[in-house]
Design a protein around this ligand. Structure first.
Ligand code: ZN
Length: 267
């Protein structure tokens, strides 16, 4: 009988203790907010979605896949921005399947929040253009709305000033492409939705990967390599041909230049 009585007091005491514990203000651990400039990079396509290929429209039989080139450039941009004190998050780490736009945008937001405790300042989606015509080439920058224009102009200017990627085409032809670039077709079609769901955002098409001269620069350069550029555990370089490291570095430098110019000029 006595034992039961002691037991009851113990139980009551425990219950009271637990009750008092919960009366306290809960301690919420907020992640420290990163105050550096923060950029999220999106490597276009992925997995079974190859993007454009060289030769054009060959899918898995092609030599160069746009998805791999996009990822290689993204990792080169990441490395450069981080060395300059910019925080970088990625939407695609390796060869993950491309997701529908809304999911991709959600991933972009999540990765920034997870890594930095806040949203990123801007998004750059890296693509390379495609055409059935292997002589066709040009620079295109796509944006979603007015709020993307300063970033788009800065990145375009840097890529255009770089001048390196236009081995075959006449200036006049490029000028036409430039005009087209700033038309509304890019975002009105809805094909490049990620630049509409994140602000500010820009999508770069530095050149056509289907262009023979551009492809040859990759395939026959002395510094081509089937390098590994993934954060994950697998080696994900799946293109049959290799990419020129120098050409990737050239493009990455220019994208970084554009992003930094935008960051410096913003209020
Ligand atoms: Zn693409």
């Amino acid at each position: 009988m006595k034992k039961i009585w002691y037991g009851s007091v113990f139980l009551l005491g425990s219950a009271l203790f637990v009750f008092m514990l919960f009366q306290k203000e809960p301690v919420v651990l907020e992640p420290a907010v990163d105050t550096r400039p923060l950029v999220v990079l999106d490597a276009g396509h992925g997995g079974e979605d190859f993007g454009a290929t060289y030769p054009p429209e060959q899918e898995g039989r092609a030599l160069l896949f746009e998805k791999d080139l996009n990822l290689a450039v993204v990792y080169a941009v990441k490395e450069r921005l981080e060395s300059m004190g910019v925080g970088v998050a990625l939407t695609r780490l390796c060869n993950e399947n491309a997701r529908e736009t809304s999911v991709r945008i959600a991933i972009a937001q999540e990765r920034c929040k997870e890594k930095f405790g806040t949203l990123c300042d801007l998004l750059v989606s890296v693509h390379h253009n495609g055409s059935q015509n292997i002589a066709h080439d040009g620079l295109m920058v796509i944006y979603g709305g007015e709020e993307d224009i300063p970033l788009s102009l800065a990145v375009h200017e840097a890529l255009w000033e770089g001048e390196g990627p236009q081995p075959l085409i006449a200036r006049a032809d490029v000028a036409e492409l430039l005009h087209y670039r700033y038309g509304n077709e890019g975002f009105l079609t809805g094909e490049y939705g990620i630049v509409q769901g994140f602000s500010p955002a820009v999508l770069t098409e530095a050149y056509y990967i289907t262009n023979k001269a551009q492809a040859q620069e990759h395939l026959s350069s002395g510094d081509s390599s089937s390098f590994v550029f993934c954060t994950g555990t697998e080696q994900q370089h799946t293109s049959r041909g290799a990419f020129s490291m120098g050409k990737i570095a050239w493009e990455a430098d220019l994208i970084v230049q554009g992003v930094l110019a935008f960051l410096e000029e913003r209020p």
